[in-house]
Write a protein that binds this ligand. Structure first.
Ligand code: AMP
Ligand code: MG
Length: 336
């Protein structure tokens, strides 16, 4: 299959591909998504195939108007409406009891559906022009770091998907925050909408334990995606947590020839002459979120034997950045 690389002026072509049952890479404010009609089970099956995604990992359904929520969801609690009011459109996904109209293929047989109203103008227009809700996971090969540019998508999926729309670099850089709204609100995946921000709207929100710790293969998890080694380059990754100069000092003292460090901008000088990728300032967690997946991909390209990563604390969007790094590390964490 030849994959068309489209500009933002190619939305009509992309919408036509989706209406005909094709799959298309699309920019969102979080990471690039791999889009198909949520109502077309064959197209949805092609998403799983192209990514090599485990069949039990459900997809997020993207909408471009709030009214579509009633089409997809059996119950929308009042708290969810307050969250939607504050954070939609935006980098936030909520999980609801689903209606039968949502195919089992999309939800991996679960009786719930994850819904997101993206703020990205290109994605919004693509959804509107396609005339259907769009099922879209991240547009990477499963297990590999999520794509934050069209070039990342093409590197992973060229020849396996019908098209990709190039909308430039993604703003947030980490995938959407996922909150279950079935019963008491529960954070299933941290993202750019932070736990602190959500707590202002729903003070009773809880945090799923999979976010901070490893999940045993046999354990049941609420968001099946959380149980897989994820976001990971080929080399083993070590997450180094602690105060910025302490984690940099630790890495500098243990790093051997052939190993690489992903560090904060401030410490690039410390690693001069050694393989090193800087991913943002220690003082700017949004910059770290923006840069973390690109840095993991760049590190992989340099084929090191091991990758050390300076890992921020859990405050604000740091929770999302630390979660992605620890998952890339298979929860191989050093606290300094
Ligand atoms: P991705 O598409 O790569 O952004 O991953 C989507 C995430 O949302 C995965 O971790 C899924 O397991 C999670 N997810 C999707 N649908 C549901 C659902 N119905 N219930 C819980 N988690 C879900
Ligand atoms: Mg993904």
């Amino acid at each position: 299959m030849k994959t068309l690389l489209l500009g933002a002026d190619g939305i009509d072509i992309a919408a036509d591909i989706i209406r005909r049952g094709g799959i298309v890479g699309m920019p969102t404010e979080t990471v690039y998504g791999l889009a198909a009609s949520a109502f077309d089970t064959e197209a949805v099956a092609h998403i799983f195939e192209a990514k090599g995604r485990p069949q039990d990992n459900p997809l997020i359904v993207h909408i471009a108007e709030i009214g579509t929520l009633e089409t997809l969801c059996a119950e929308v609690p009042e708290a969810a409406r307050r969250i939607a009011e504050r954070f939609w459109p935006g980098p936030l996904t909520m999980v609801f009891k689903k209606k039968p109209v949502v195919p089992d293929r999309v939800t991996a047989g679960m009786d719930t559906v994850a819904v997101r109203f993206t703020a990205h103008p290109v994605a919004q227009e693509l959804i509107r022009k396609s005339g259907v809700p769009i099922a879209a996971p991240s547009a990477n090969v499963s297990g590999y770091p999520s794509p934050t540019t069209a070039a990342h998508v093409m590197r992973d999926l060229d020849g396996k998907i019908d098209a990709c729309i190039d909308g430039g670099e993604c703003d947030c850089g980490v995938e959407s925050t996922v909150v279950s709204m079935v019963g008491r609100p529960r954070l299933l995946r941290p993202g750019s909408v932070t736990l602190e921000q959500l707590s202002e709207i729903v003070p009773d929100i809880t945090v799923d334990k999979a976010i901070r710790g490893e999940i045993a293969d046999t354990e049941r998890v609420s968001a099946p995606g959380m149980k897989y080694r994820h976001y990971a380059p080929s080399a083993p990754v070590v997450a180094v947590c602690g105060e910025a100069s302490a984690s940099a000092g630790y890495i500098a003292s243990v790093m051997k020839d052939g190993e690489l460090c992903i560090c904060y901008d401030e410490f690039a000088g410390l690693f001069a002459g050694r393989p090193c990728v800087a991913y943002g300032s220690a003082k700017d967690k949004k910059a770290l979120a923006h840069g973390v997946f690109s840095a993991l991909r760049e590190a992989d390209r340099l084929s090191p034997s091991k990758i050390y990563v300076q890992c921020p604390d859990d405050g604000g969007v740091g929770l999302a950045v630390a979660n992605r790094i620890k998952k890339a590390a298979g929860f191989n964490v050093v606290n300094v």
